[in-house]
Design a protein around this ligand. Structure first.
Ligand code: SF4
Length: 176
């Protein structure tokens, strides 16, 4: 019952937000804490509204499986910055950043069996801490000495793919 009421509230918020026919709608975690059936209804509504109005949509979520249902392009973030950007299907097939790879390994929809699921090791950095080098290096299985001292740039790997990793090509190759 509580989930249904939350779902109704989310639908009303979305209806109010599009009443002025915006060209861009930003939706921040609209499906968090909702059960799967209510979540599905919200996602269907968002997709339908986008199709009918043609507005651009920025959908913020911690759930890559949800992103795959609504987005054509995804920007994966870590410690407040974008670490990878590209088409959602490309990223699912061949992640180019160890953080994305770890997120996918922890997703039930990408694991073949429950025993394949792997939690992302370690914890995110405290906002007050400044991590030298790559912000992900304390949690990264591929970290090298360079990663602990030199902050990687967000760089283009192809026309439609960006990664903030010194070893992005190796991560891509390993996904073959
Ligand atoms: S730059 Fe180094 S530590 Fe950072 S994600 Fe890439 S391999 Fe891992």
């Amino acid at each position: 019952m509580r989930h249904a009421a939350c779902g109704m509230r989310q639908r009303m918020c979305i209806a109010l937000a599009i009443a002025l026919r915006p060209r861009l709608l930003i939706v921040d975690e609209p499906t968090t804490a909702l059960d799967v059936s209510v979540q599905e209804g919200i996602l269907r509504l968002v997709r339908q509204l986008q199709r009918e109005t043609g507005m651009a949509l920025i959908f913020v979520t911690h759930d890559l499986a949800v992103a795959r249902l609504v987005a054509s392009e995804v920007a994966v973030m870590y410690a407040g910055g974008i670490v990878e950007r590209g088409g959602i299907d490309d990223i699912y097939r061949r992640p180019a950043h160890p953080h994305t790879r770890a997120l996918l390994a922890s997703q039930p929809d990408t694991a073949r069996n429950w025993s394949d699921l792997r939690p992302v090791a370690g914890s995110p950095p405290d906002k007050a801490d400044i991590v030298p080098g790559c912000a992900f290096h304390p949690r990264c299985p591929l970290a090298t000495d360079r990663c602990t001292t030199e902050e990687p740039d967000l760089r283009a790997l192809s026309a439609d793919r960006l990664s903030r990793c010194h070893h992005a090509e190796e991560v891509l190759d390993a996904a073959h």
